[in-house]
Design a protein around this ligand. Structure first.
Ligand code: FES
Length: 104
């Protein structure tokens, strides 16, 4: 495990398909999501009202916030259904040798 390219966030083995996990990185709460087709990262606090998306409902590559029902594409953070009016911040990841890093 040594990527000089970004901050280490965790291991793929700790994030089974269909699972989510929150990692703190400085002031940020980064939600790691394994959809089964890939590992993605969004800001954990919902852009609409600040609820934790860790408690949301993951369905395929969409994540529904349980507070007011906004649905985001976990690959990009794009809003699929409101009331959120802006995209959820998404983070680029590097996955190397089973280790997950935040890309700079
Ligand atoms: S806080 Fe997430 S939809 Fe309102």
């Amino acid at each position: 495990m040594d990527s000089s390219q970004g901050r280490h966030l965790g291991q793929v083995n700790d994030l089974p398909a269909g699972d989510m996990n929150v990692v703190k990185a400085g002031d940020r709460e980064i939600l790691l999501i394994n959809t089964g087709s890939g590992i993605f990262a969004l800001e954990n606090r919902c852009i609409h009202g600040g609820c934790s998306l860790l408690h949301g409902k993951l369905e395929g590559e969409t994540l529904r916030c349980l507070c007011h029902g906004s649905v985001f594409d976990v690959r990009t953070g794009a809003v699929i259904d409101g009331p959120a009016a802006r995209s959820q911040p998404a983070y680029a990841l590097l996955v190397e040798n089973g280790e997950i890093f935040l890309a700079r």
